[in-house]
Design a protein around this ligand. Sequence first.
Ligand SMILES: *Cc1c(COP(=O)(O)O)cnc(C)c1O
Length: 380
Amino acid sequence: MNNKIVYTPGPTDVRENVRLARATKTTNPDIDKDFVNFYKNTCDKIGKIINTKNDIYILSGEGILGLEAACASLTEAGDRVLVIDNGIFGEGFKDFVSMYGGEAVLFSQDYKKDIDIKSLEEFLENDHNFKYATVVHCDTPTGVLNDLSKICPLLKKYGILTVVDSVAAMVGEELKVDEWMIDIVLGGSQKAISAPAGLTIVSISKDAKNIIKNRKSKIIGFYCNLSIWENYYEKKSFPYTMPISDIIGLDKAIDNVLEEGIQSVLARHDKIAYATRNAIKDYGLGLFLENGYSNTVTAVKIPENIGALNLSNYMLENYNTLVATSLSQYKDKLLRIGHMGENARIDKILNILNTIDISLRKMGFNGKYNLVDRFNKYYK
Ligand SMILES: *Cc1c(COP(=O)(O)O)cnc(C)c1O
């Protein structure tokens, strides 16, 4: 199980210093005040990376916990919520909204494109009576990247709070939480941050906190209630025992990002993603998207006579290499190249492109060029 080459859009490769950090001897995170300071310090470092002064919490649970917690904490029965949908995770928010009694109103757009701001503007002119809106930064099954710098301020203009799923973009794509006026941002440890799976990162604005504080009804549930985190630092106490080893690992992964510099990390993603997209096109395969390409993942159309699932099985059986296809309707149609976080390294992308090229040729697809050569042509 542990000797495979894994190249998926999360969980990503975890650096050795992060793996070792998780093995350090730990204290009791409930009662040792040093740990509260350590935790707060990790949160502050994340705040620097995503450009916010808002409170940040690290919750014990994989990315989905954050999506549900945001909806559980904001939604009251009958609330209208705008669900911005141009991908599978985008649409998926409607389930969390309705689970907590809200009325999800979908703004659905072409899954091959990023959200068109003009269309959203027109939609909002006619209907803007929403408590909050949900939007996905990078919708991983297709790799579409939405322009939060335009979407979130536009919603805020109408007094609509924003909940952003940046699980698959945070640290791989720019995120300016304060400047873009984002109320709640969700991240996950296992994507571009390149720590093991198991933690959600939440950044929450004063506006969102006020809305939660002034709810008429109680929040259903405990784990998904964001208000239980209020003033944890002043009180020096957490709502439940923190997974200290996971958090020490996350802290090391964040240090890795800060040491390299977030701008360099973003540039590394950009260079690799750009060269990958162009190499794939020259090679003779199609990209799923028409615009809005995220630098964290590239979705590639696999010809029907080969099939994405056959290709991924072939790579696993013959080259011990685990890659991801996509989800639901795209499961057998798309191969996803997850060049995010520690996967966005030149040695790893060259290796995976080589394996894809060899596998496709053995399966009868004749690429027009050597895929690695083409990548090198565009990699600057
Ligand atoms: C990975 C991911 C999540 C977390 O969910 P899992 O499917 O459980 O991994 C949430 N949102 C997006 C966009 C993701 O890519």
